[in-house]
Design a protein around this ligand. Structure first.
Ligand code: ADP
Ligand code: MG
Length: 396
């Protein structure tokens, strides 16, 4: 769409904070009041469990959105991104309107709107965004932007919201301003994540516990294999999976599938039709796998969770049926060439797979996956590493 250099390639070094600040100064003719950053996230395990009031285990990654922000004396808002060639977007903080927001500007504007809904007076401001979270790869580049912005505004307005409240504000921004029916996993990881930890989130009561997840000392790297595939039936597939889960819960007489245990599955198989039973079995076993992963990370460390990642993938492939040939190939090839566990991550029907890999096998896995994709006639995947990193913070 644009010939401008792409700062979102996974190899390009992002500009330093000083470079970002001087870019802000060139664009807006003044210095910013500060720079805030918020990471993207990878879901380690716990897929399609969130809307069943279950458990998820994402971690904040070492790829971040950063915003340089300067408060203005008037009510004008000026927004600029280093990405692409979209130019400056100007609007007014009074009467924020989703239909007037263009492209990425709906994320910062949505956050401002959600804060206004909470009675917080949002000032006019100048904002420069720079992000190296790959777009649309399932790493939640949109929440990275929102969480950076909400962190900045929380401080600049003196609102003093707790992390839990910022999570809900960004959810409201996504749901009611952007129009994406997302839960709270992504922003919980981005706002509440911590270096060398995963974020164990109970989607029923929204409580969070940080679980040690240190890949480097264990001699492991987490590879992300972005298949670059986005299947057109993703939306319909998501809706029908949700519907199956709701049906399953209704027939089994529980509030949500969270309330069904692995030991209940045998009885459930007699009560549900074959398809609904498999959908239910995925959710119930996946919740159990999250709990097992949390226990194993604490007791034995990341080298012990490979089999759970593998089992999660098989369950999504066979029971929930949300994988695709590219994801299966990425997972199988990684496993065959040295990864100790691999699974698709995210909503499915495309997007990315993760492969927990011994450092010494990283290159072999990369080469094998690239070769396998080429042999299969698939689009070349984008392969990169992520590390469990800090959550949102002020950096300047
Ligand atoms: P995901 O959150 O999984 O990456 P989304 O579709 O929710 O995918 O969000 C991607 C959108 O976020 C893009 O279409 C774009 O509007 C916006 N976006 C992400 N990063 C940037 C950036 N650096 N500059 C401008 N827009 C961005
Ligand atoms: Mg998103």
């Amino acid at each position: 769409m644009t010939a401008a250099p792409d700062p979102l390639t996974t190899t390009a070094a992002p500009p330093t904070t000083a470079e970002l600040t001087s870019r802000f100064e060139r664009a807006f003719g003044r210095l910013p009041d500060g720079v805030w950053q918020a990471p993207g996230r990878v879901n380690l395990i716990g897929e399609h469990t969130d809307y069943n009031e279950g458990f998820v285990l994402p971690f904040a990654i070492d790829k971040t959105a950063r915003v340089a922000v300067g408060v203005r004396a008037d009510s004008t808002i000026r927004l600029l991104s280093t990405y692409g060639d979209q130019g400056m977007f100007t609007t007014d903080v009074q009467g924020l309107d989703a239909s007037a927001a263009k492209g990425w500007t709906k994320y910062p504007l949505g956050v401002m709107w959600a804060l206004q809904q909470r009675g917080i007076a949002v000032p006019g401001l100048d904002l420069l965004l720079d992000s190296n979270v790959p777009l649309g790869a399932g790493l939640s580049s949109s929440h990275a932007i929102e969480c950076a912005v909400v962190s900045a505004l929380n401080e600049l307005t003196g609102a003093g919201l707790a992390a839990e409240e910022m999570v809900l504000a960004t959810q409201q921004a996504e749901n009611d301003f952007v129009g994406a029916p997302t839960g709270i996993m992504d922003q919980s990881a981005s706002l509440r994540g911590s270096k060398d930890h995963a974020v164990f989130l109970d989607c029923r009561d929204q409580s969070v516990r940080l679980v040690p997840f240190e890949t480097e000392p264990a001699g492991l790297v987490m590879l992300v294999i972005d298949t670059k595939v986005s299947h057109s039936h993703a939306d319909g597939g998501y809706a029908s999976r949700r519907a199956s889960c709701e049906l399953g819960a209704e027939v089994l007489g529980v509030k949500a599938l969270r309330d069904v245990q692995v030991a209940d599955l045998e009885e459930a198989s007699g009560l549900l039709d074959e398809l609904t039973f498999r959908r239910v079995r995925h959710v119930v076993t996946e919740n159990d796998r999250v709990l097992q992963t949390v226990d194993l990370l604490a007791s034995e460390g990341p080298a012990s969770i490979g089999a759970l990642l593998d089992a999660s993938h098989v369950s999504m492939r066979d029971d929930f049926e949300i994988s695709c040939p590219e994801l299966d190939l990425a997972v199988d090839t990684s496993r065959m060439h040295g990864a100790i566990g691999a699974r698709m991550t995210g909503g499915g029907f495309g997007g990315a797979a993760i492969a927990l890999t011994p450092v010494g096998s990283e290159q072999q896995v990369r080469n094998a996956v690239e070769q396998a994709f080429s042999d299969a006639g698939f689009k070349a995947p984008d392969i990169f590493t992520v590390a469990p990193a800090a959550g949102a913070m002020r950096i300047s």
